[in-house]
Write a new protein. Structure first.
Length: 97
């Protein structure tokens, strides 16, 4: 799907459904290794809020482990910036905590 097609879908959703906000979410399944060498499954969502009046607030990320730890970051203008803003250390909590 092209960016133009995505923008057209968002506009239709806003017009026909009366949604005030529409975001696109891309999900990745990952494996995270902490400093002690332990691994845990992580679901990483990259959320694109689309072009809007505040371009610096377009993307953000949420990572969640199979044990429920969650790490989020601040909004950013780029996917790279959103990934850098994630508080990845929150995923390193021991499985039993």
């Amino acid at each position: 799907m092209t960016t133009g097609e995505m923008i057209a879908i968002v506009k239709k959703l806003k017009n026909f459904t009366k949604f005030s906000e529409v975001s696109h979410k891309t999900t990745f399944d990952c494996i995270h290794r902490n400093d002690e060498g332990l691994t845990v499954g992580v679901t990483l969502d990259i959320i694109d809020t689309g072009p809007n009046e505040l371009p610096q607030n377009r993307y953000y990320c949420v990572a969640k482990t199979e044990y429920g730890q969650e790490a989020m970051g601040n909004l950013d203008a780029t996917i790279e910036g959103a990934l850098l803003n994630v508080h990845w250390d929150k995923l390193d909590v021991s499985q039993g905590e």
